[in-house]
Structures are given as C-alpha cells and as structure tokens.
Design a protein around this ligand. Structure first.
Ligand code: ATP
Ligand code: MG
Length: 557
C-alpha cells in the first residue's frame, strides 16, 4: 500500500485516546506542548512535540503551544522566539499560542478560592524550615505552626504578599493536604512564592508567582486540554495534579498520562547540561552541529522529516531506555539516500598526473546524479591530465586486501577510466607530492575491452576545475554512552568530535546547486553547507556517513 496509507504506529497513549473517544469520555482531543522558555529545544522535546501534535492531528483535534513561563528570573524572550521557530521547522502549527503567564489573574483567583475553602494557607516559615519539615520517604512531615491560620488571616496575608508588602522568602502559600501523606508531593506543597522580579511578559505587575504544579494542571484545564501528556518524572505529581483540579471549580479535568523520556547514547538531552556545554565554550553555540538540539541537528543537515521519522520509530512507552545513536542516524540516512544528488569531493587530496593524457586537454564525462533515480538526471564532470584522489586511496606498502591504488596496481576512476600507478613523485623530505599514472583510453566510462578486471573504484576531481572547500567531520560528542552519569561530564567529551578538513576539492557542479541542498559526496556521506559558508569560502558539514563505521569499530574492539 502507498506510504500515506500505512496506519500510524500505535502505542499505549493512542489506545487510551481511542478508548476515551469510543466510550464518550471525551468527544475531541486537545493536547499541548508546554516548554519552559529557558533554553533551546532538543531531540527529547521533539519526541514530545511529535506525540502531542500527532495525537491531536490523528483524531481531528488540536494542539496548543504553551510557554510554561512562571519562573520570572530564568526565562527570556529570545528562547521563546527560537522555540516557535523550531516547532514550525519540525513541521507543526499550533492552534493557540498560550502562555502560563496569561493565566496569572485566574490562577490567583483560584488560589483565593482554595484559601476560602480551607484548602490553602499562608506559611511564614523560611524555605529551609519548610524543606526540613517535609519529612522523608520513610518519615512523615511535621505540621507548620501556621497551618491552622484562619481563612481571614490567610486572605489578608495573601493579598499583602501580592501587594508587595513582604520580602522574598518571608511567606509562601501552601495547599493544606496532609503532612503524613505517603507521596511527598502531597505534603502541603507550596503553591505561590514571593519573587520581587520583573517578568518578561507581565513586567512588574506581580510580586508573587505560582509554582509549576499549581500552574500546569490549571493551565491545562483553562485551555480545555483532554490529554495532558508528560514525561515519567511527573508520575509522582499526578496525585497533586488531580487534587488541585478536584478542589476547585474548573472548566474540565484533563487526564495526565506519562511516557518515558528520550535519552540518546553518547550525548546529553537536558537543557541544563546543554547550557553548560554552551556556556563553558565546549561547543560553538546552541546550534553547534554536534549538539542534539533541533538547531544543531538542522545546521548539521538533518531534515524535519528525518526527525519525525526517528520519533515514530522509537515509539512511545513507559519504559526508560537509551536509544542508540545509529537509530537517529539511520533516519536521516534513509531520507537523504532517496533525495540527495551525488557529487564527487576529495577531502584529503593527493595529486595524480596522467602522464599519457594530452596536456591542456579537458573532456566532459557524464555521470548520473542519483544511482537509482534516473529522474534526477545526469551531469558533466570535467576530466583532465591532473586529478585529485583521496590520500587514503593510495598506499605505498599495501596489504593484500587493499584494492585501491598502489604502485603497479590498476583501479577504476568512477565514470572515467582505468588508471595504473607507475611512479611516486616526492619532495626533498621524501613526502609524496604526486602519483604518476597512465590511463587506458579504451576504458572510458566502462570496462576494458580485453576483459581485464580491477577491484577498486575511486572518486576523483579534476585539478583545473576543482572548487576548494572546508569540510567538517563530526563524531560522537562524548566518549561514553551515558555521559550524564559521569562524575565529570567535561572529562567525558570526545576531543575528536569535530575534525576540520581544510584542503577539500569538490567537482565544479557544486557551484550550480542551490546552497541549501543536501548532497552525497560519493563514498563519504551526506553533507550540507554550514551557516558560516560563503561563496568565497565554502564550508560543509557532514550530516552522517554512509554506514555506521563507529558501530563496526566498537564491535571489533
Ligand atoms: P530539560 O530536562 O531538558 O530541561 P524539561 O522537561 O525541563 O527538559 P521543558 O521545557 O519543561 O524541559 O519541556 C517541555 C516538554 O518537553 C515537557 O512536556 C517535557 O516533559 C518534554 N520533554 C523534555 N525533555 C524530554 C525528553 N528527553 N523526552 C521526551 N520529552 C521531553
Ligand atoms: Mg520542565
């Protein structure tokens, strides 16, 4: 069946929604993606974005983008713009753009309702005491001496907190639940605290700010969210989510469903750790192509489609697991294999002189732009007396299984001729400066008429027409599969995660291709121009190599 008719992969959340629609528990599906605007989105967020938007799309519902911007000191407008851009780049359009801060008035009124009904009180202990009296997993907490304040006193104190009469840390608003609850989150959690800080959207209108647990469930309810999908660390908060909604007169009671976070091998997917890498200068900004941020992946050459495919492939479960990097790499390889035009580029060139080729002559050889998609057409590749080949395609003392070029051996130059190496030209220090070869004019674009066989086929570029470029090769950012678990994260960085090849030579066709096109350089992988690339200084990033050499090396060692 055509691809568009393949049913989407099912998972436990999809099944819950189907059941809810089937039983009439809900009649439409409304979801939201709720980032905190304190950093750039990463591949873990992509999992959540794809899940939330795809669930809404699948059932004809809608998904909101909601900034969880209750923390005045940490959020910046710059991040919010970047998040909008990244969600759109991934291919999604939200129904409403919302901000938790839009609900500050309503949230405040809900807090007043809780106080009125005896479900919340102002505690005047300092934050350290509150933490210490919360108890532990095995011991219950102890009641605050302020727990039994009367409603009127609580209302008055809360109003004065809001009016900015008190310093930070002098009072908080807490839910009155139970200090001996098994679930620590239920031991009179703090709902509001005093913060004398400007907020990037509400300015200085507020001197109290609601906490996440209070804000999130109510924002969901105010937006009519039906299924509030979040990661597993919120499982222990679900009781509180439900308690708050059960104790207030709210528009609806969304269902919180948790799924496991994405973790990826050899990298970190946590804004906090990514921020450290950026701030300490270990990488070149949030869009460093080695980072698993959406900006980094995009700069590296990942397509939105490949990231969505990846999210589909990994699925949605409640089981924590670390995904192998090659799952992500395969998703982009598959996309690019189908659509990337092929070109030849020599990354580490060595010069070849064809001693029997007429001086000053250039001929054009035809090469397909894609090996199995004739609709992508062909191009003309110039060929002449002097060529570049890859340094690693020549060996002075080759082992038996080396089928590439060596003294006295013959290979095929792709789309061109057989060549055989006759002599090595060296400088006075003994370094190789050129390989003197002869070509066989009878083998143009095909086999030798005498049936002679060669084992190796090399890529090459004509010296005269070659376009110089820099190419950046990337490897794992970290040396260990779970860097976040290391005592010293920075010591686990792979010092060879970026290698700059400065002397690359590309066939002239590169000048005719649009700058944003993703290309396969034959035998080298998939590449795209870097954001720093300019017509007089071409810079390419290797998105991914052709196969997973890393995995092979690891299996061997
Ligand atoms: P980080 O730990 O990177 O700071 P976060 O959870 O604090 O992540 P938010 O901006 O609050 O970041 O995340 C927005 C949404 O994305 C949340 O619903 C969160 O659960 C989800 N999310 C974040 N990281 C992942 C991940 N690794 N896998 C799946 N979903 C994630
Ligand atoms: Mg968060």
């Amino acid at each position: 069946m055509p691809e568009s008719e393949v049913p989407p992969k099912t998972h436990f959340i999809r099944r819950i929604i189907e059941e809810d629609l089937g039983s009439g528990k809900c009649t439409r599906v409304v979801t939201r993606f709720p980032p905190e605007p304190n950093g750039y989105l990463h591949i873990g967020h992509a999992k959540s974005i794809c899940l939330n938007f795809d669930m809404a799309d699948s059932f004809g519902g809608h998904c909101n983008l909601r900034f969880d911007d209750t923390n005045p000191e940490k959020e910046e407008a710059e991040y919010a713009y970047a998040i909008e851009e990244d969600v759109r780049w991934l291919g999604y359009e939200w129904h409403n753009l919302c901000h938790a801060s839009d609900y500050f008035d309503q949230l405040h009124d809900y807090a007043v309702d809780l106080i009125r009904n005896g479900h919340a009180y102002v505690d005047s202990q300092d934050s350290e005491t509150i933490r210490e009296t919360r108890g532990t997993l095995t011991e219950p907490g102890t009641d605050s001496p302020y727990r039994d304040r009367g409603v009127e006193e609580n209302l008055d104190l809360f109003a004065r907190m809001r009016a900015g009469e008190f310093p930070e840390g002098s009072h908080v608003l807490r839910a009155r639940i139970r200090m001996d609850a098994d679930n620590i989150n239920m031991r009179d959690p703090v709902l509001y605290r005093i913060r004398r800080q400007r907020h990037h959207r509400t300015g200085s209108a507020w001197s109290i700010y609601p906490l996440y647990d209070f804000t999130h469930c109510l924002s969901d309810s105010l937006e009519g969210i039906t299924h509030s999908l979040c990661t597993l660390e919120f499982e222990d908060h679900r009781l509180l989510y439900d308690w708050i909604l059960d104790h207030l007169d709210v528009p609806c009671h969304p269902q919180q469903i948790e799924f496991s976070r994405l973790s990826l091998e050899y990298t970190v997917v946590s804004k906090r750790l990514l921020q450290r890498l950026v701030q300490d200068g270990h990488v070149d900004g949030w869009d460093d192509p080695r980072l698993p941020t959406l900006r980094g992946l995009r700069r590296r050459g990942y397509t939105p489609e490949s990231i969505r495919t990846f999210c589909e492939v990994i699925g949605v479960t409640k089981k924590d697991s670390r995904i192998a990097m090659n799952v992500l790499e395969d998703s982009v390889r598959d996309t690019l294999n189908a659509e990337a035009p092929r070109l030849m580029a020599v990354l580490d060139p060595i010069r070849v002189i064809l001693t029997n080729y007429p001086e000053g002559q250039t001929e054009m050889l035809e090469a397909p732009n894609h090996p199995n998609d004739p609709s992508m057409g062909t191009r003309q590749v110039p060929f002449g007396r002097e060529l570049y080949i890859e340094r690693s395609d020549f060996m002075e003392d080759p082992p038996k299984k080396f089928f590439r070029l060596a003294l006295g051996r013959e290979v095929r130059l792709r789309y061109a001729y057989f060549i055989a190496c006759q002599e090595i030209e060296r400088d006075t220090d003994g370094n190789i400066i050129a390989l003197h070869c002869i070509y066989d004019p009878e083998t143009r674009g095909g086999d030798a008429p005498d049936g002679r066989k060669v084992r190796g086929t090399l890529h090459w570029v004509s010296v005269e027409q070659a376009v110089p470029a820099e190419i950046r090769l990337y490897d794992r950012l970290f040396k260990v599969p779970d860097p976040a678990a290391e005592a010293d994260l920075m010591a686990a960085l792979n010092e060879n995660s970026r290698i700059d090849m400065l002397q690359c030579q590309i066939e002239p066709e590169i000048r005719r291709l649009p700058t944003r096109v993703r290309i396969q350089f034959e035998r080298q992988g998939y590449f795209c121009q870097d954001t720093e690339s300019a017509p007089d200084r071409l810079i390419f990033n290797r998105t991914v190599n052709l196969r997973d050499t890393w995995e092979k090396i690891r299996q061997r060692s």
